[in-house]
Ligand binder design. Structure first.
Ligand code: ZN
Length: 131
């Protein structure tokens, strides 16, 4: 039975270029700072996700380390944003190891019930299933 999980470290976007339109109303100073945060996260190894920066790893310690790096990067600018950094464990099949989508309940390969989506607590290292 497989119990390893693949973790997604999630950190909010600053202002990635494709968001940076006329109706994004921040002053020049703010814009600079937010773009700097994006650059720092990218340099740390994060990738553009659909709605936020994402770093994927099978290593729990590494996930926690990356989450703390993202928190530090954000903290300088906004404690609130730093607090939204999270780690999510992707659904996975305990029988064959196939990864599921976050909305999946059963394995698409063998039909076994997946280990559900879970949150990894950054401070305690505890993995807590979420709905
Ligand atoms: Zn399976």
């Amino acid at each position: 039975m497989k119990t390893e999980r693949r973790y997604w470290v999630n950190a909010p976007f600053g202002i990635p270029d494709f968001f940076d339109t006329e109706d994004f109303e921040v002053d020049e100073e703010e814009r600079k700072k937010l773009k700097h945060i994006d650059a720092e996260l990218e340099r740390a190894g994060f990738f553009f996700g659909e709605t936020e920066w994402v770093y994927k790893t099978w290593d729990k310690e590494e996930a926690i380390e990356m989450a703390n790096i993202a928190r530090e990067i954000w903290k300088e600018w906004s404690e609130d944003q730093a607090d939204t950094v999270s780690i999510t464990a992707q659904p996975i099949c305990p029988k064959c190891g196939e990864l599921g989508r976050f909305s999946d309940e059963y394995c698409s390969k063998c039909g076994t019930k997946l280990l559900p989506k879970a949150e990894l607590n950054i401070d305690t290292g505890e993995v807590i299933p979420v709905k």
